[in-house]
Design a protein around this ligand. Structure first.
Ligand code: ADP
Ligand code: MG
Length: 247
């Protein structure tokens, strides 16, 4: 959990519109290497859009985003490389349903990184071990529980050796008893030094794993503070109102 050096991700004055709807308003955000930032806020506030701009699933209308000091590439091979350097895990697990768990995890390294198949499989099995589902390697996604599928999705993102992991409400679609197995994997990643931006309302995770909480509403960053401070002494009425609804 070392936080040091130049920031890995820098957003400056980022604005994004969907038609007339201004969904990201002058967003300034820096994420240090090894830092875990939790993003919270009401539905429709722009959290998912923020994540999606960072791996360029969405373009921005003004401002700048850099990863490792470099502007996000717009297209071609550089964009494919960016997508591999920024792992993303969504609420829905997005696994390829007609491929086994092992194939899901090896696909990116073999196709994008040109890793030889046997090496990719060896590394995939190690990752599946790490997220606790090595025994499921030859099964298809539908044969796994939601928690296992989400852990497979995390392993698949990690197989690309990302510099940054984005998690967008990774546990919201899970049955309650499966939430902790996914959060445990994420906590392990955080402890291992992975830089992470995590949209979640899981306060326990925020408190134990995050250095910073960013509260977003109406496309703006309303406040930023330590998890302890945010959850016990939010500074704004908006944040107090939000917390009174989720806690
Ligand atoms: P959050 O993740 O905080 O719930 P989103 O980033 O998903 O918020 O959405 C922010 C706003 O942008 C919402 O008003 C949403 O309806 C709108 N929005 C999101 N994606 C699109 C899209 N592809 N086209 C038009 N509007 C969108
Ligand atoms: Mg969202």
């Amino acid at each position: 959990m070392t936080v040091s050096g130049d920031p890995l991700v820098v957003l400056e004055n980022v604005n994004k519109y969907f038609g007339d709807l201004h969904v990201l308003k002058d967003i300034d955000l820096e994420v240090a290497r090894g830092e875990v930032v939790v993003v919270v806020g009401p539905s429709g506030g722009g959290k998912s859009t923020l994540c999606r701009t960072i791996n360029r699933l969405e373009t921005i209308d003004s401002g700048s985003i850099t990863l490792d000091g470099m502007p996000l590439p717009a297209e071609g091979k550089a964009l494919a490389r960016l997508r591999s350097e920024v792992g993303m895990v969504f609420q829905s697990f997005n696994l390829f349903s007609h491929k086994t768990i092992l194939q899901n995890v090896t696909l990116g390294p073999v196709k994008v990184r040109k890793t030889p198949k046997d090496k990719a499989e060896k590394e995939a099995l190690e990752l599946l071990e790490r997220v606790g589902i090595a025994a499921q390697a030859d099964k298809y996604p539908a044969q796994l529980s939601g928690g296992q599928q989400q852990r497979a999705a995390i392993a698949r993102a990690l197989a690309m050796r990302p510099k940054l992991m984005l998690f967008d409400e990774p546990t919201s679609a899970l049955d309650p008893e499966m939430v902790s197995e996914v959060l445990d994997v994420m906590t392990g990643l955080a402890e291992g030094g992975m830089t992470m931006i995590v949209v979640t309302h899981e306060m326990g995770f925020a408190r134990s794993a995050a250095q910073r909480v960013v509260f977003m509403a109406d496309g703006q960053i309303i406040e930023e503070s330590s998890p302890e401070e945010f959850f016990t002494e939010p500074r704004t009425d908006r944040a107090r109102d939000f917390l009174s609804k989720i806690l």
